[in-house]
Design a protein around this ligand. Structure first.
Ligand code: AMP
Ligand code: ZN
Length: 668
């Protein structure tokens, strides 16, 4: 039995959580400026939901009515005219596991046994309702609190993707999501940065902030996008399923997502969820899960809704990849450009299957903003290949108590310098041993010349024994065989392999060398662009880079960076020496044919050459490579032991080809 004291403690904890989350809601929905990352929000929201369920008997209904778990904490702002929705615009209930989806299905089974599903990505933007009369757009309204929204018609008509007139003449209300494409978001932040304005936190808030601007011109400039996914009162328009609805919207010229699927069973749903986990990393809009909808519209009303969610749909959210742990130590490292990164050594913690002991803290400003210090309890996020990152304190501190700024390079002890923006710090010492080491590691890495025998371990070994100190020494290693043989751990065979793989660089495309050189601001993408212009390495030294100013890939800053890099005598000599040793690499990027133009390929199974061989072959002939099968895939190149991709391709009726077929297609 709980004592009164215990009950009061629990009630207080719950009220505190409600207040905290309501404040976060206000910042997120009404100020378009989130206070915490979505992952922390989700963790705390779910904690509140679980506590409210567990201790429901400690509260009256009235006390829980205003909890953020029960109502949408967004307000229609006074800046716009307020409009009541014809039908409420609700939120979606969330599922984090297949069990929870099963429960959602079980609830449908109570009223029918004849049903299927329609699955869509959950687009991370803000919802919009658009009304057409006699084929003309007459009004667009935000969700607001779900009952009353803001009239943003003047802004929505500025969005080029939204049709202003449609062929359909009945009164029609369509709903969907306004979002900012990731590429447009990046462009916008770049521009805001150049204008010394505050950058926006994420595409979702950028889209929300933009749509609720009073200046419609800004909407045009920022290129807001939208996907429509719902027709209000579908049966009145003779739409019987969500799949038909998708087709209806497409037919009348509304933008719709292509990543949708009809499904019959929980297994189908599971497969979509599994595939979409990878696919979502490749698409140009942010998603925060997938939405599983009952396909058959006729049951929607009967299933009904709560004040916050309908029962005909549920949003599946991928596990948040967030854990809590303690920061054991904070330390700074220096990268190949001299950029200083702050890192945290952690009490090891498992996040989605891998053990995490280190996480990035980015720069000093980040530490200051989050008020982080050693011994703090923090949230850590790790998603996919991304480096784990500390994203916030578990419970805030009232006083300022953060780790102090590092003033001197931990490797060469030179005084660090601040970047112009004050956000970053650099070690500006050309001779800094750590910068040299990082440059060598990059030179041989995948983003550089991709010499896979020259990993960090071997580079450190050669550095320690003074066999290399700058990239040219790598190409000269073949003259130091005797010294190499004297090293512990190095047999004749492995030395042979190292020298062969270095020699093989002669056949690599030019862009790999350009990217390997660590020219500031030149990553792989720009290296490809530069390579396509200069055609061979020797032109790097005499090419007139100022003529590239008209290309949108490249700006003043980048051109100046290349010019200043080349005008440094040390770099000039390095390039000359590389050329003299026989590594005057050429641009190979041009297509041989355009026989595969606009055809998309997915590769699976074991083939006669490494996968990268086929990727390059396809690309050189104009084709595109994708990592997962979708309805847009044209061909699956399948080798032996092909697995789930083959099954999926069969299901979607995608043409399956062998390597022989591919060679025939390109006339080889
Ligand atoms: P939330 O407000 O995050 O709880 O989730 C509900 C919101 O998800 C809805 O109001 C929509 O704005 C949004 N949403 C994004 N994509 C979809 C989709 N494909 N179907 C339905 N709602 C979606
Ligand atoms: Zn240094």
């Amino acid at each position: 039995m709980n004592s009164n004291n215990d009950i009061e403690k629990i009630r207080k904890e719950i009220f505190d959580l409600q207040a905290k989350i309501s404040a976060w809601d206000n910042a997120y929905y009404n100020l378009d400026s989130p206070e915490v990352p979505d992952e922390i929000y989700d963790v705390e929201f779910n904690k509140l939901k679980a506590l409210e369920e567990k201790y429901a008997s400690f509260f009256s209904d009235e006390e829980l009515k205003n909890s953020p778990t029960r109502k949408i904490n967004a307000l229609a702002s006074d800046l716009f005219k307020k409009v009541k929705h014809k039908r409420p615009m609700l939120s979606l209930n969330k599922a984090y596991s297949l069990d929870e989806i099963q429960k959602f299905i079980d609830n449908i089974k109570k009223i029918t046994s004849d049903f299927s599903f329609f699955i869509e990505p959950k687009i991370d933007g803000l919802s919009i309702s658009i009304i057409y009369e006699d084929g003309k757009l007459v009004r667009a309204i935000t969700r607001g609190d779900g009952i009353t929204g803001e009239d943003v018609t003047a802004n929505v008509v500025q969005m080029s993707c939204i049709p202003k007139t449609i062929e359909y003449k009945e009164s029609l209300e369509v709903r969907g999501e306004v979002y900012l494409a990731i590429s447009d978001f990046e462009k916008l932040n770049l521009k805001l940065g150049q204008e010394n304005k505050n950058k926006l936190a994420n595409p979702r808030n950028a889209a929300a902030g933009t749509l609720r601007q009073l200046n419609s011109q800004i909407i045009k400039e920022r290129n807001l996008s939208a996907f429509l996914y719902y027709v209000v009162d579908p049966l009145q328009h003779n739409i019987k399923t969500m799949q038909e609805e998708h087709e209806f919207l497409k037919t009348y010229g509304f933008p719709v997502t292509h990543e949708v699927q009809h499904a019959n069973t929980l297994q189908d749903i599971e497969e979509y969820i599994r595939n979409f986990k990878n696919q979502k990393l490749l698409i140009d809009y942010e998603t925060d899960g997938v939405v599983i909808k009952l396909n058959e519209v006729q049951y929607f009303d009967k299933l009904g809704s709560t004040a916050k969610f309908p029962h005909y749909a549920i949003a599946f959210k991928y596990e948040p990849n967030v854990e809590t742990t303690t920061i054991k130590r904070i330390y700074a490292t220096v990268g190949r450009t001299g950029l200083v990164t702050y890192n945290a050594e952690l009490e090891p913690v498992e996040i989605s299957g891998s053990l995490v002991s280190f996480a990035t803290l980015n720069n000093f400003q980040y530490i200051k903003d989050l008020n982080l210090n050693e011994n703090d309890l923090v949230y850590i996020k790790k998603a996919g290949e991304i480096i784990p990152c500390v994203i916030g304190l578990i419970s805030g501190k009232k006083e300022i108590d953060h780790f102090q700024k590092v003033e001197f390079c931990p490797y060469c002890h030179n005084k660090l310098v601040d970047s112009e923006t004050g956000l970053e710090q650099f070690c500006s010492n050309d001779q800094c041993p750590e910068i040299q080491r990082r440059k060598l590691i990059h030179f041989c890495s995948k983003d550089g010349l991709d010499i896979n025998t020259m990993g960090e371990r071997n580079i450190d070994l050669f550095l320690k024994n003074s066999l290399i100190s700058n990239p040219i020494d790598i190409f000269n290693l073949k003259n130091k065989k005797q010294d190499l043989l004297k090293l512990n751990r190095m047999g004749e065979k492995s030395i042979e392999n190292i020298l062969i793989s270095i020699d093989e660089c002669k056949n690599k495309p030019l862009y790999k060398m350009i990217s390997a050189l660590s020219i500031p601001l030149i990553g792989v993408k720009l290296a490809k662009f530069v390579a396509s212009k200069i055609k061979s390495l020797h032109n790097l030294l005499n090419y007139d880079f100022s003529q590239l100013i008209d290309y949108h890939e490249i700006g003043d800053k980048i051109i100046n960076s290349i010019i200043s890099w080349i005008s440094n005598d040390f770099n000039k000599k390095l390039v000359e020496d590389i050329i003299n040793l026989g590594y005057d690499l050429k641009d190979e990027n041009e297509s041989i044919t355009n026989l595969l133009e606009n055809k998309s390929f997915v590769i699976t199974g074991t083939l006669g050459h490494p996968r990268s061989y086929f990727e390059r072959l396809i690309e050189k002939n104009g084709g595109l490579i994708h990592s997962s099968i979708s309805s847009k895939t044209n061909y699956l190149l399948a080798g032996e032991n092909a697995g789930s991709k083959l099954q999926k391709a069969n299901k979607l009726n995608i043409t399956i080809i062998t390597e022989e077929d591919l060679f025939k297609m390109i006339g080889q």
